[in-house]
Design a protein around this ligand. Structure first.
Ligand code: MN
Length: 289
């Protein structure tokens, strides 16, 4: 099942080139009062929402996919967890490009660096625009498989890790290159893109064997497969949950392959991941100042 959030936070079921408006399924989510429990309510109640959405589908109003504004399918993750260097060929290109490495010791691996968090306020969907924050600096694209955590979990072992997943999406870990810590450089508003929809776990039996690619204005920049991940999806969940509890809706951006490079205002980024689909987003003409 492919679930999207569109327009003024409506819930859609994606089928072919159409969006079926199943927003009425959101009524199964109980009302909450302050303080809100951690976790995205849609993902907490995903099974019941999906069941209701399936029942509503036959009679649901239909919209053309290209005519709706897609937002991040997860609205309220408690964390956006990121793998910093998780494809060997990207590590190799960073070693040879001080524009990426900025003096950091690239002989260290993910087991040295650990994971980092992007601000949840950076999150947008492909129907919005990436607004570059500093025009004079290098702003790079990074395509990544995004894992959506499905349940509260802590100290997960690799063997049970896939059962903790609700589904998958395409992530763009937009990045300002420079000497600051990753959590700072990668957290301006609009620098975490997620979409175009959530594909439920049952549709992707092995997330560690998916082609992924990215184009800028139609030109191929990144092209790899998740089997080249240094830490697999299961290992990333084990690693992340060895340090903190993961909650429903938490996102894990699993790292980017080689081919990262700068974007400029007006560029159109197209990212494809096998079994998920295509995400297209524009870089705004104006800077965020
Ligand atoms: Mn990244």
């Amino acid at each position: 099942m492919k679930l999207c959030r569109f327009d003024d936070d409506r819930l859609g079921l994606v089928q072919g080139g159409e969006v079926l408006d199943v927003s009425a399924a959101l009524e199964v989510i109980p009302a909450q009062r302050w303080p809100i429990a951690p976790g995205d309510p849609l993902i907490v109640h995903l099974e019941r929402v999906a069941e209701r959405a399936r029942a509503l589908a036959a009679g649901a109003p239909r919209r053309k996919l290209h005519a709706v504004k897609l937002k991040s399918p997860v609205a309220n993750p408690t964390k956006i967890v990121n793998a910093p260097i998780n494809y060997q060929a990207h590590i190799d290109e960073a070693k040879n490009d001080q524009g990426i490495a900025h003096g950091r010791d690239m002989s260290k691996g993910i087991w040295d660096w650990g994971l980092f968090l992007k601000a949840t306020s950076a999150l947008i969907g492909p129907g919005e625009e990436i607004r570059l924050r500093f025009p004079e600096r290098r702003n790079d694209h990074e395509v990544e498989l995004a894992v959506v955590i499905g349940k509260r979990c802590n100290h997960v072992k690799m063997e049970g890790a896939l059962q903790c997943i609700a589904g998958y999406a395409i992530g763009l870990d937009m990045t300002i290159r420079g000497p600051e810590l990753q959590c700072f450089r990668k957290s301006p508003d609009t620098y975490a893109v997620c979409g175009p929809w959530l594909v439920t776990r049952d549709e992707i039996p092995d997330p560690n064997n998916l082609d992924l690619s990215l184009r800028v204005n139609g030109e191929l920049r990144q092209n790899s497969n998740t089997r080249r991940l240094v830490y697999s999806v299961e290992r990333l969940i084990e690693y992340a949950s060895s340090f903190y509890t993961l909650y429903p809706g938490d996102l894990i951006f699993t790292g980017t392959p080689e081919g990262v490079g700068p974007v400029k205002p007006g560029d159109v980024i197209t990212a494809d991941i096998e079994c998920i689909g295509r995400l297209e987003i524009r870089v705004a003409d104006t800077y965020d100042q």
